[in-house]
Design a protein around this ligand. Structure first.
Ligand code: PTJ
Length: 253
């Protein structure tokens, strides 16, 4: 990987870019994943590259939803594997559930490489190499699912994807948590809880929030989920973008 000096003003963003480029070289990430990263970077810039108050609220609601779930599941694609493999393993561990590799640009080789990477990072169980079920209504590889994993889950975390799987999972009666920097994406707009934040910041905070809330009474968690309004959170994210842009330009005038 290219050495990025810590003093570089765009250090975090450049390191993330290097990780995704390295993911392509090592065969975890699709070449299309580079474009997805670019789109994410752009929205992160507009949001001010920080966890906004509305994203923090969404992270809390997502933590409560995952703690209340009977069978939560976590989906991992090529970008997620390149950016936060250890952090996804830590999240799966605190929830005591497997990770499931699910790819849009699926190749068996890439699924295996990602599963091996997650195992190398300490994952106890990785699903997705032998899918045995299919999410109805989808005619692409993302429909592939595993019984005991995404297929039977009541709550599914789907980071970094924009498409029709969110709706298909909702149609199966599941609740869906998205992590997506683009508040306008189809997935963000349809999900039960959309965390509009960079996955690099969101996943460690989600794990920490789960740890903090794990001793809370069930009624408290239920209240947090009930009080959460995804449409409102997305409106807030759009307002944060407007506010940030305004401040940036006012400073320069
Ligand atoms: O590995 P595969 O084959 O499953 O493919 C993965 C990609 C990401 C290429 C595929 O799912 C795809 O094409 O996704 P989209 O439609 O580009 O959607 C990705 C979404 O993630 C976009 O809305 C981006 O804004 C968002 N995004 C990108 N990078 C980040 C992000 N959100 C949070 N954190 C990021 N670092």
């Amino acid at each position: 990987m290219t050495e990025i000096p810590k003093s570089h003003p765009r250090y975090a963003s450049l390191v993330a870019r290097e990780r995704v480029a390295e993911g392509v070289k090592r065969g975890y990430t699709s070449t299309q994943g580079l474009i997805a990263q670019g789109r994410g970077e752009c929205f992160d810039y507009l949001l001010g590259e920080r966890t906004t108050p509305s994203a923090a609220t969404a992270i809390r609601a997502a933590a409560a939803l995952l703690l209340l779930a009977k069978r939560p599941a976590i989906s991992v694609n090529g970008n997620v594997a390149a950016l936060v493999p250890e952090e996804m393993v830590a999240l799966a561990k605190i929830l005591n559930i497997p990770l499931e590799v699910n790819l849009f640009h699926r190749s068996e080789e890439r699924v295996k490489r990602i599963a091996d990477l997650l195992r190398e990072k300490g994952a106890e169980e990785v699903l997705g190499e032998r899918p045995d079920a299919s999410v109805p209504g989808l005619d692409h590889a993302r429909s592939l699912a595993t019984r005991g994993g995404i297929y039977d889950a009541d709550v599914v975390l789907i980071p970094l994807e924009d498409g029709d799987r969110c709706e298909a999972l909702l149609s199966m009666g599941k609740k869906v948590i998205a992590i997506d920097l683009n508040p306008l994406s189809r997935t963000a707009r349809k999900a039960t809880v959309s965390i509009v934040d960079n996955i690099l910041r969101a996943v460690p905070q989600l794990t920490e929030e789960i740890r903090k809330l794990s001793m809370n009474p069930k009624a408290d968690l239920q209240r947090m989920v009930q009080e959460y309004d995804n449409e409102k959170a997305l409106r807030e994210a759009a307002k944060e973008i407007q506010k940030n842009l305004k401040e940036q330009f006012e400073e320069q005038l």
